[in-house]
Design a protein around this ligand. Structure first.
Ligand code: NAP
Length: 433
């Protein structure tokens, strides 16, 4: 028997559990530990609520969770309830799959003003993450700036731009649905410090912006290189750029909101009296390495909300080697040290789609097989249970989660698959015991 603890029950955690289970069947026992009383990490708290088809991948994780040799241990915080050293004592292998839930900071003068919000916080707010329930973003303003040209910037822009009717079928939480419904925002500026050819937005997600009920995307054709140059792009990127170009020909019709794409626009300062009032941007041009170079020309964007979507970081864990500049654990091909591994964004940094985490899981399962032949002497889950009980930890099982999930489905408003509990106490209470 091999005993494995996985920290984090998001995509990287579940793909690792799936790989261990597929490869070793009855010869492995996996404990998936999560600080939340609910599973699935990024799927629940990160993927946009109106992207239910992407969220649907949880069904695959559910199959893994329901197998006998994998168990969910929710409401357990590693570092507070149990240490890495203790886990390494109890399990043959420990896999860190904690994702990258913290914001990369935008280090600019004024970035501490009220109204400047990181995407982790903003996305967490509309997705019902307990830590961000009280965020209360300023939506009583006419304009917002979204900094970054990746898919998270697209998510944030779309959520700010959608009409209430467009959230039918989503699982956006009630507080965000109500606040966005009353939003005064009419102009959303999406800022890229480089040009249209350098965006990190995928075609499907970008294309969506062209079909919103009450908002229209706007680009300046002068920002684009000659159309012939698009042929040099890889096909996915070419498709994205084609969408962008097509935005120049869209008719506004009766749509009231505008999503302005400002390229070659590098934020340099945020100004305001006691809250954000404007963002100061410097125009850039590209050098021969396609890096943004300042031109000295600046302009101001009046706005009362700034959402920074410039990437994420993995939170460090005490005693685990960490690369501060890359915001991830120091590792060699997923190996941190003896018996300690990492997968997903905790290993690679925040890049790639959900499926990109799958090979990580399979890779680590093979490494564990090579490093730890079956027949070890570790105690595994009974040891963890004893330790957590002695510390009074209220362990949440997968069965508990199923009760929470049923209660969320029962609370759902019309057209929504669930109404998530936001407070940890409400999640725990919904177990009904
Ligand atoms: P990302 O794809 O790395 O994009 C980050 C963006 O921030 C880039 O445009 C980058 O510009 C810009 N940026 C970085 N530092 C900046 C600064 N100091 N000032 C101005 N701009 C700055 O990150 P992400 O959008 O957070 O997405 C993370 C991952 O999740 C990606 O792999 C993404 O595809 C994935 N994701 C996928 C979906 C989906 O499939 N639906 C949804 C959300 C996220 P430069 O290029 O100039 O550095």
């Amino acid at each position: 028997m091999r005993h494995v603890a996985i920290i984090g029950s998001g995509p990287a955690g579940y793909y690792s559990a799936e790989a261990l289970q597929k490869n070793y069947g009855d010869e492995v026992r996996v404990d998936l530990i999560d600080r939340m009383p609910v599973p699935y990490g990024l799927i629940r708290f990160g993927v946009a609520p109106d992207h239910q088809s992407i969220k649907g991948v949880y069904k695959r994780y559910e199959k893994v969770a329901l197998s006998d040799n994998v168990r969910f241990c929710g409401n357990v915080l590693v570092g507070r309830d149990v240490s890495i050293a203790e886990l390494l004592e109890l399990y043959d292998a420990v896999i860190i799959a904690t994702g990258a839930p913290d914001d990369r900071a935008l280090d600019l003068p004024g970035s501490d003003l009220p109204g400047v919000i990181g995407s982790a916080a903003f996305v967490g707010w509309y997705n019902g993450h307990p830590e961000f329930a009280d965020l209360d973003p300023p939506l009583d303003v006419e304009a917002a700036a979204v900094i970054g040209n990746g898919n998270v910037a697209l998510d944030v822009t779309r959520i700010l731009a959608k009409s209430p009717a467009e959230f039918v079928g989503s699982d956006i939480v009630a507080h965000a649905f109500a606040a966005l419904g009353n939003s005064a925002i009419r102009d959303i500026y999406v800022l890229g410090r480089r040009g249209p050819h350098q965006i990190a937005m995928t075609p499907k997600e970008l294309g969506e912006l062209g079909h919103l009920e009450d908002a229209v995307p706007q680009v300046d054709p002068a920002d684009f290189p000659p159309e012939l140059d698009d042929a040099l792009l890889e096909p996915g990127q070419r498709k994205s750029v084609t969408h962008l170009r097509s935005f120049a020909t869209l008719e506004r019709g009766a749509r009231r909101k505008t999503m302005h794409f400002d390229f070659f626009a590098k934020p340099i300062r945020i100004e305001g009296e006691g809250r954000v009032e404007r963002l100061i941007v410097e125009k850039t041009k590209l050098d021969e390495r396609q890096a943004a170079v300042a031109t000295g020309e600046t302009y101001a964007i009046p706005c009362g909300l700034v959402v920074t979507c410039i990437g994420y970081r993995t939170p460090p864990i005490e005693s685990v080697p960490y690369e501060v500049d890359r915001g991830r654990f120091a590792n060699s091909d997923g190996v941190i040290g003896e018996g300690l591994y990492c997968v997903g964004w905790a290993r690679r940094g925040p890049t790639g789609t959900i499926g990109t985490n799958r090979p990580d899981g399979y890779g680590v399962a093979e490494k564990i097989a090579a490093d730890f032949p079956p027949g070890g002497r570790k105690e595994g889950r009974s040891g963890l249970d004893r330790l957590l009980e002695s510390r009074g930890v209220d362990l949440v099982t997968f069965r508990d989660w199923q009760r929470i999930e049923a209660a969320e489905a029962a609370r759902a408003r019309e057209g929504s698959p669930r109404e998530k509990f936001v407070a940890i106490g409400d999640m725990l209470g919904a177990r009904g015991r």
